[in-house]
Design a protein. Structure first.
Length: 374
């Protein structure tokens, strides 16, 4: 039996950052109630929800209280406490289940799943000690990158290794966490595909976004990605293959490397809306947040159309003042601000989406503002 969540019912969201905020904004628009669980009072999602439970993410009692009040439970990030979630699976509809999180919150499990599902990934090995690291480096070779298996984000918990002298840099990472060593993929371009799927098995995909990172943090997404139609189709098919293999419910971000001769490697999976899908709010007939909400509520899923090409640029703490000055000068830019109380260097504070008929010119305009030089 499928669970159809009607308008007026309540979506519970674990995590109250910008992803939860944009999920909540869409949910409110369609007439759902939203309750957020987040430790920070008046967090970004809490500002737009009906209610916020202020408690740590791993607080079992708080998750149980959320489950009790909600008709459907979801999350906005992958570092949700699995054990706390497992305790409420019988008490509330949890369409995404726990397997998706179990797989994607650990890089070894995620890459093993992808490999078993027939997809290409960077070569990888588990590393728990300096001795393991030497063995793995011998096997995989330089350049390579050591990452924590769990809990890393935006380049945190990563060391790129180019030569033996770099091994010493890994001491701190290895001392505290289980790690994975990945071979470096010499990619031409990074891209991502958002894919949504509901309990009935309906699947829908968003256009391929081309992603440009700075300091391992997403800086710009360009849509559609500047790759051939054949490669776009290949990337899209891979995302659908992953969604089917993992029995996805909700939305999933699939990050990919496009390498020479059109080889596509899967970098990582995000079992939630993704920064590279923010452009869809203005550029598509339905946003990634709308598709997530429709998918977890078991509403039918539409075919996604790109209404106009788009450039999305992230606004980090150091960009906020400059970008705010642009508001008076840029009548056609869409300015998003997540309402975070504290501004920090490299913290995602908002984003700008620009719809365009000329990607090259728009990218030059963004560059010429000088706002994103830091
Ligand atoms: P991640 O947190 O794994 O998404 O890594 C952040 C960024 O580092 C990616 O978007 C890439 O730009 C780069 N990166 C990570 N792993 C690799 C790899 N195995 N080969 C090449 N680039 C990588």
């Amino acid at each position: 039996m499928t669970n159809f969540i009607q308008q007026g019912k309540t979506i519970g969201i674990i995590g109250g950052g910008q992803l939860g905020q944009m999920m909540a904004l869409d949910a409110k628009q369609t007439g759902m109630k939203v309750i957020i669980l987040d430790p920070t009072p008046n967090c970004p999602a809490g500002q737009v929800a009906d209610e916020q439970i202020v408690a740590p993410y791993a607080d079992s009692n708080a998750i149980a209280a959320l489950a009790q009040k909600a008709d459907v439970l979801t999350y906005e990030f992958e570092n949700v406490d699995l054990q706390a979630l497992e305790k409420v699976v019988d008490k509330v509809y949890l369409p995404q289940g726990t397997n998706l999180l179990y797989t994607t919150k650990n890089r070894i499990r995620e890459k093993t799943f992808l490999r078993d599902a027939g997809l290409k990934t960077a070569p990888f090995m588990a590393v728990k000690s300096a001795a393991d690291l030497k063995v793995a480096v011998n096997k995989i070779g330089y350049p390579c990158v050591l990452k924590t298996c769990e809990g890393g984000y935006d380049g945190h918990g990563q060391e790129v290794l180019r030569r033996d002298e770099d091994l010493a840099k890994c001491h701190d990472l290895l001392a505290t966490r289980d790690c994975i060593l990945e071979g470096w993929v010499p990619f031409d371009l990074e891209c991502s595909v958002m894919v949504g799927r509901n309990e009935r098995g309906e699947v829908t995909t968003f256009p391929v976004a081309e992603n440009i990172h700075r300091n391992e943090i997403l800086h710009t997404s360009i849509v559609p990605a500047r790759i051939s139609p054949a490669l776009q189709e290949k990337a899209t098919k891979m995302a659908v293959q992953i969604a089917e293999a993992i029995n996805l419910r909700g939305i999933l971000g699939v990050e990919m490397f496009v390498a020479h001769r059109g080889e596509i490697y899967i970098n990582e999976l995000a079992p939630r809306p993704h920064n590279s899908g923010h452009y869809s709010i203005e550029a598509c007939n339905f946003s990634q947040f709308a598709i997530h909400n429709r998918a977890i509520c078991n509403w039918p899923l539409p075919k996604i159309e790109l209404l106009k090409s788009a450039v999305m640029v992230n606004v980090l703490g150091q960009h906020v003042a400059g970008v705010r000055n642009q508001i008076a000068q840029q009548p056609s830019w869409h300015f998003h601000d997540y309402g975070k109380a504290t501004r920090r260097h490299n913290r995602k504070m908002g984003h700008v989406t620009i719809l365009t008929d000329d990607l090259v010119q728009t990218l030059a305009e963004v560059d010429n503002t000088g706002m994103w030089n830091e």
